[in-house]
Design a protein around this ligand. Sequence first.
Ligand code: GLY
Length: 335
Amino acid sequence: MQINVNLGERSYGITVERGCLSSVAEYIGEQRRIFVLTDSGVPREYAETVATAKHSMIYTVPEGEGAKSPEVLFQVLGAMLEFNMTRSDAVVAVGGGVVGDLGGFAASVYMRGVDFYNVPTTLLSMVDSSVGGKTAINFSGVKNTVGTFYQPKHVFIDANTLKTLPDRHFSAGACEAVKMAICLDAELFSKIESAGITEDNVEEIITRAIEIKKNIVERDEREGGLRRVLNFGHTLGHGIEAISHGEFYHGECVALGMIPMCAPYVRERLIAVLRALNLPTEYCGDIDAALAPIEHDKKCEGDEVAIIKVEKVGKFTAEKITTHEFKTLIKKGGL
Ligand code: GLY
């Protein structure tokens, strides 16, 4: 299955096909230098399957959000330079959202931009972060503060790589598909509600989530408005993530962040779906501390924060409220 993201000269294809990992090097062009960026949590064989060109190298960063740092970015750029990469060579990220964000950012600034290919191997990066061209590192303790919009040249999604993904990571990734469904696709939400997300239907759900995302990105590539819907649950979610120091995964924080932004009847259905996916539905940490970083959030402008609400499954509304109103809303338990 091939999905095309139509963005004029920045258009690209997304291949969703079991086994497609082994065709990446040939697709990119075996005569080019291929810098494969991966992390220590990704099975080595995936990067090795991609790095088959004569001039290819694998660079491994430590697993986890800590790799999205200025220090690691400069180490990656240094390795690219040492590898004698020129403007006609390519960076390929093999792994989850961290290597995708870091690799995409490195590709976008190295020699003012080299080709970037994304090979997501986690469910979260397959359904969300590998598509749409957001790249970033964290800076000064604030998530995704330094980054670019830089579309990949192609995305390769091989659902066979999910076989080695730990269950907790699978659930955290599933949360981003639930996010798209509850905001934009009632039919997909009902499907997840009745069948869950399993080995058997995961490819179909990935494909649908990408189609939803591509439709948004094509209409609002640089997040002037509509694309903000994809941040549903992320305002509180990022706050919880910022203070959890790795205790919660990104998708788990988004699960907790979505719940209060739903009207009661929708919330009931959402909580049932999240529970079935083994995602957290109650936050027992310090909610004041989790709300403190929201002023630094990119969704915040001055004293206002852009929020997304879901009052009917498959439909969202966007509005701006003050940060004080947002904090009050969360503390009273939601809409
Ligand atoms: N993950 C949100 C976006 O790509 O806009």
